[in-house]
Design a protein around this ligand. Structure first.
Ligand code: NAD
Ligand code: WQD
Length: 345
């Protein structure tokens, strides 16, 4: 009997890639998404890649009644919870939207899990909980620092909600995966990141500049204490990240977890500067990128990258794809988007 997994936010960037990997590994996937930051076409993409069209529910996880109905209908074996608002800058302007959307959805999910005896949840956390670490690379023992944004605070609070819930309800088991910087797209270019409006993140801004949708990339600061003065991040291919979820979920369902609540750094262990990402993009796309060096972006940390020893050992998972795989797949996805836009005119 196939294990049935609810993927919340499953039509989003990471959720759609994870849904494909779940299907590839023999799981049955049920997706709930309110399409607030994605398009239903992602469901077509998942089907095109995997040959399976997941069951899809379109509603807001803030609606506890509809969520209750879903749990009544679907006999679930686990949950991967991606649904949230994720724009750091927007969270500063709209803190209550972020606290409501990112906290209440998790609380509604946990209520339904306890009510229906669904024991396993994998949660999307973020390296943003570490702030600017004093020591690099970051391990799971690195202290969580005071959040630098309401968004980052919602991730910290969600982790605490999970920790306290498993303490109160020992049947519930939870894993938080602290993502570093997910980038790239599935090799098929059938699914990828769909930033609405002007991209805040580096990779979509690079590919949109490469395809002429943006005039020029501004590199935020080249006076940092790094090899070329630009910030360092641990970029991880979204497919590697998706596969980490399957391993974490499987391990939980098989009862191999060491404690009811665990968290893992999910990165590559390698830091890359902004200029190194640009160089990789130019190499893999053959495009010369139009960019300029400007002042730092407020709130940016200088450098962060993961120590992946614990997740490699405990999850038996490690990233496989290179920075060139990331920039190349991001570019192919951007070209596919341009093709789709031309067809829709
Ligand atoms: P995304 O916006 O592409 O996907 C989130 C999905 O959730 C979207 O499809 C959106 O429509 C849906 N959603 C949001 N609120 C909902 C609600 N109330 N009810 C139902 N659906 C809802 O984002 P993503 O990049 O795929 O990120 C997924 C998760 O990973 C988020 O929790 C995010 O905070 C976390 N994360 C992302 C990154 C990153 O750089 N992308 C890094 C670290 C952590
Ligand atoms: C990466 C680097 C920028 C854009 C954010 C969130 C984090 C997580 C991942 C959700 C930085 C530089 C960027 C540009 C640039 N999201 N940059 N020009 O800031 O590391 O992390 O996304 O969980 O919570 O904070 O990612 O892609 O925005 O920036 O120079 O136009 O690229 O300064 O050094 P970041 P990013």
């Amino acid at each position: 009997m196939k294990k049935k997994i609810l993927v919340t936010g499953g039509l989003g960037y990471i959720g759609s890639h994870t849904s494909v990997e779940l299907i590839n590994k023999g799981f049955e996937v049920v997706i709930v998404d309110n399409l607030s930051n994605s398009e239903k076409s992602a469901l077509d993409g998942i089907e095109k890649i995997s040959g399976v069209r997941p069951t899809f529910y379109e509603f807001d996880l803030l609606d506890a009644d509809q969520l209750d109905q879903l749990f009544k209908t679907e006999k679930l074996d686990g949950i991967i919870h991606f649904a949230a608002s994720k724009a750091v800058g927007e969270s500063v302007d709209k803190p209550r939207l972020y606290y409501r959307n990112n906290l209440q959805t998790l609380l509604n999910l946990l209520d339904a899990m306890v009510a229906y005896g669904v024991d396993n949840i994998v949660f999307s956390s973020s390296c943003t909980v570490y702030g600017q670490p004093d020591v690099l690379p970051v391990t799971e023992e690195t202290p969580v620092q005071a959040a630098l944004s309401p968004y980052g605070n919602t991730k910290q609070i969600c982790e605490e909600i999970l920790r306290d819930t498993v303490a109160a309800d020992p049947n519930v088991k939870a894993v938080a995966l602290r993502y570093f910087n997910p980038v790239g797209a599935h090799a098929s270019a059938e699914i990828g990141e769909l930033p609405l409006g002007v991209p805040q993140n580096l990779m979509p801004f690079i590919t949109q500049t490469g395809v002429g949708k943006r005039e020029m990339l501004s590199v935020f600061g080249n006076d940092y204490d790094t090899k070329d003065g630009t910030c360092i991040r641990d970029y991880i291919h979204v497919v590697d990240l998706a596969q980490a979820h399957i391993v974490a979920l499987d391990r939980m369902i098989e009862g191999k977890q060491k404690s009811e609540y665990e968290f893992f750094n999910v990165g590559t262990g390698t830091g890359s500067t902004v200029l190194e990402v640009i160089q990789s993009f130019e190499k893999t796309s053959g495009e010369k990128l139009n960019y300029k060096l400007i002042e730092r972006r407020a709130g940016d940390i200088e450098k962060i990258y993961a120590d992946t020893t614990f997740s490699n050992k405990e999850l038996g998972w490690s990233s496989e794809k290179t920075l060139d795989d990331m920039t190349s797949s991001a570019w192919q996805w951007q070209l596919r988007l341009k093709e789709k836009e031309a067809q829709s005119v």
